[in-house]
Write a new protein. Structure first.
Length: 239
């Protein structure tokens, strides 16, 4: 990890309008949870599972992962400023991994922490649901960040492609085609949440033995491919 690249990436990420979006989405989840906690009457368990599952893991995490994952590198590639970074004597894998660490850390701060707070507001520490979903957001956030960072490197339409995956594949196709859920980061996260909380009501459609290897594989593979692609961009520029 390169501290200079990390500092510049974080400054660029939080200094643009993305910074406002990173605050707005978690704030909405917190407001909804606060209101729901005041109206729940003996149904805290089901309400918490629904809010943290659908709004937290199913909406907040992919949105933030997309905004952050593409934001750490796609903007620099689009405006050409990546050339100044690539001119430095830094291995391309170190640039990618540094940006990925920033993306994952930012996603964790703006997604995992609000998820934990929402869970505590809704149900407290009972049943381990708050902890389960928090751990799920941590692992899913890392996978989303790596996947969307890769999209930011390989295509100029990273946001559109990312929305297509999160909204069309995971939310639409995944709801009607059971086989598609096996290739869903959201479902992998649900599996982790179910395992940590020990609560079948979370309703994961992928076993933990499948989910964990796929989470690791996607994160590592996306990082490697992004490094290779970035090295290719450098070679093309030099030629």
């Amino acid at each position: 990890m390169n501290p200079t690249v990390a500092r510049l990436t974080l400054r660029g990420l939080l200094g643009r309008r993305r910074g406002l979006l990173l605050l707005v989405v978690p704030a909405l989840l917190l407001v909804i949870s606060a209101v729901a906690s005041g109206t729940a009457s003996g149904n805290e368990h089901d309400l918490t599972v629904k809010i943290l599952g659908q709004l937290g893991l199913g909406t907040l995490v992919p949105i933030l992962g997309l905004v952050v994952g593409t934001g750490v590198i796609a903007t620099e590639i689009d405006d050409g400023s990546i050339v100044y970074l690539l001119a430095k004597p830094l291995p391309r894998w170190k640039i990618v991994t540094t940006k990925l660490v920033v993306a994952i850390g930012t996603t964790w701060v703006f997604a995992a922490l609000p998820t934990l707070l929402c869970g505590l507001l809704l149900i407290g520490t009972r049943d381990g649901i708050a902890l389960g979903y928090t751990v799920a957001v941590l692992v899913a956030g890392a996978a989303y960040s790596a996947l969307f960072l890769l999209l930011g490197v390989v295509t100029r339409h990273a946001v559109v492609a990312g929305l297509g995956y999160a909204l069309v594949w995971e939310s639409l196709i995944g709801n009607f085609v059971s086989g598609a859920r096996t290739l869903s980061v959201q479902q992998w996260g649900r599996s982790v949440a179910e395992a940590v909380a020990g609560d079948a009501a979370i309703g994961a459609d992928v076993s933990l033995g499948v989910a964990v290897p796929l989470l690791l594989a996607v994160t590592v593979a996306a990082t490697v491919l992004a490094s290779v692609k970035l090295a290719g961009l450098t070679l093309a520029a030099e030629e």
